[in-house]
Design a protein around this ligand. Structure first.
Ligand code: FEO
Length: 393
């Protein structure tokens, strides 16, 4: 157990091995942590549990550090199994202890465990006294599940933010000021880009609501990764920035290729973008990690998708990209499509339609080259890149 501040302690688990999360959807190159917190006041309150596979380790830690019978209440800020997963095993030991969660949290816990425990539904502004401190609850509906909420501890001024402000990152210590800042921000941004990007309108509204509460915040303690202890408001300011049609002005080109014709086109377009004073990053979607690609797309102003044509469409690695772009509901980005073909040539048109369907502004007609591009074709692609770069200004 590590003291976070005053009466708030961390007793989570570090998962150095984790490489995929949400099933296999999200890559987690630097592992993750399942942060749970204990508030030791006149009452002893546990905030969240850990992912189900670690429930036995977690109960052992709880027994050794706290004594499970000494727990007076459990707050479940969010019942996704990486936080609520050990609740079933814990409640077998203390079945009558109250569980504080949102109304949607009650639904979620009942839906996962099919048990009718001693639920105490709470909503934004509700407060419970646990001795010197009060716990104040703030609903975070759909950020990112219906049940999500945060818990604020008065006196120690610690905001237990659950998934918000977290990172899938296993650090050497749990404090941000003792971790590599570059790694922390890479993972915090990736988390935002991959999990929270579709929710930016809600996030902007919620940040304004939380600021309006005027609660002094000394520490922000999320459920994954490091605890923000030094200038904790920095991550709230970053969320405010990232949630406002964020981009860094460059272009990301994502392509797949069979015999390098589409790759050559991608590189010729990249040359055109650079000639026009722009900058770009290129990814082959069949060999790159899709979570990393989505991170780059989120920070891009321009999105170019390319594929050769196969079976009257584009290569399958682009399907996942088009699907995710639509799901992530990007705002304020421009896109275009390109590709090579041998006979029918539908891929660029389909990619262009996919971008439009995803809400991306597409002004340029897609560009195609038959078989291997000639020097003249590549010159045309370079001009296409220049034109696209100028359209971003
Ligand atoms: Fe929404 Fe960390 O789970």
């Amino acid at each position: 157990m590590i003291q976070v501040k005053d009466n708030v302690y961390w007793l989570g688990l570090k998962d150095w091995d984790l490489r995929r999360f949400h099933g296999h959807e999200l890559s987690t190159h630097r592992g993750s942590t399942y942060n749970t917190y204990l508030i030791r006041d006149e009452k002893t309150i546990l905030v969240d549990t850990v992912w189900t596979p670690y429930q036995n380790d977690f109960l052992d830690i709880l027994e050794k550090e706290v004594g499970i019978a000494n727990i007076d209440g459990i707050v479940i800020n969010h019942n996704e199994p990486d936080h609520g997963g050990s609740l079933g095993a814990l409640m077998e030991r203390i079945p009558n202890v109250p569980i504080y969660c949102t109304k949607r949290g009650v639904d979620s816990i009942k839906g996962h465990f099919h048990m009718d425990w001693n639920f105490v539904p709470v909503k934004t502004g509700d407060k419970i006294n646990i001795g010197k401190s009060d716990l104040i609850f703030v609903e975070m509906t759909m950020i990112h599940w219906p049940d999500s909420m945060m818990t604020y501890v008065t006196g120690s001024n610690v905001l237990l933010s659950n998934d918000a402000f977290g990172q899938h990152y296993c650090p050497k210590t749990i404090f941000q000021d003792e971790a590599d800042e570059c790694e922390v921000y890479q993972e915090a941004f990736k988390y935002f880009a991959n999990i929270l990007a579709p929710l930016t309108p809600l996030i902007r509204k919620k940040i304004a609501e939380v600021k309006a509460l005027n609660l002094p915040v000394d520490v922000i303690a999320p459920s994954h990764g490091v605890i923000w202890r030094k200038n904790p408001m920095q991550i709230i300011e970053k969320y405010d920035l990232w949630a406002n049609q964020y981009d860094e002005g460059f272009v990301t080109i994502v392509y797949d290729t069979m015999y390098n014709a589409t790759k050559k086109i991608a590189e010729a377009i990249a040359k055109g973008i650079e000639n026009a004073g722009g900058s770009c990053k290129l990814f082959n979607s069949s060999t790159s990690d899709i979570s990393d690609i989505l991170t780059e797309l989120f920070r891009s102003k321009g999105i170019l998708l390319g594929s050769c044509t196969v079976n009257n469409g584009y290569l399958r690695s682009l399907s996942g990209i088009v699907h995710e772009i639509k799901g992530h509901k990007y705002k304020g980005k421009k896109g275009a499509a390109f590709g090579s073909y041998g006979w029918s040539g539908e891929a660029p048109k389909r990619l262009s339609e996919g971008l439009k369907d995803a809400g991306i502004q597409v002004d340029l007609e897609p560009i195609s080259c038959i078989y291997q591009p000639t020097p003249a074709d590549l010159e045309k692609c370079t001009r296409f890149g220049q034109e696209f770069a100028k359209s971003l200004l």
